[in-house]
Design a protein. Structure first.
Length: 157
């Protein structure tokens, strides 16, 4: 009789594990999906916080913040191609100083020189701003700098 009771107990245990496993597969899958979604939201939140911090820093420095209709097009900085020659040519085409160009992108003038010489590359947030600025014309640049069209900035001698 002891063998029968032990065998019955083991069979009940085996069947109950099978039922529990079958019942838990859907909630496990859903919990796993929710964790992946939450991780994605956390990554997006961190990215947005970095962008806000960068914009706040640019505003505190008194730099012009470049925004435009093309922000959505450059949401992913990995799709933007960068070349030091492009920076140099674009700045020459616009006819502005490295300081003004830096103000528009939200970096220092030295950084612009380093980009032009190929000594450094822009970070993702800077690359997005640069890509948006690349689409702007001379009039847009002048208005972003807060000048009147046609006026030249007086230089100290």
């Amino acid at each position: 009789m002891a063998n029968f009771a032990g065998a019955l107990k083991e069979e009940i245990k085996r069947l109950s594990k099978r039922v529990v496993r079958a019942e838990m597969s859907t909630p496990r899958r859903l919990v796993s999906q929710h964790r992946r979604d939450l991780a994605g939201v956390k990554r997006m939140m961190a990215k947005l916080q970095r962008q806000v911090a960068s914009l706040e820093k640019a505003v505190r420095k008194g730099g012009a913040v470049v925004t435009g209709a093309n922000d959505a097009a450059y949401g992913d900085a990995s799709s933007v191609r960068f070349s030091p020659n492009w920076v140099k040519k674009h700045r020459a085409k616009l006819g502005i100083s490295a300081a003004d160009y830096a103000k528009l992108v939200g970096v220092s003038p030295l950084t612009i020189y380093h980009w032009e010489q190929g000594k450094s590359r822009p970070r993702n947030a800077q690359l997005q701003k640069w890509a948006a600025m690349r689409e702007m014309g001379k009039r847009d640049i002048v208005s972003a700098l807060g000048r009147k069209p046609g006026s030249r900035r007086s230089r100290k001698k």
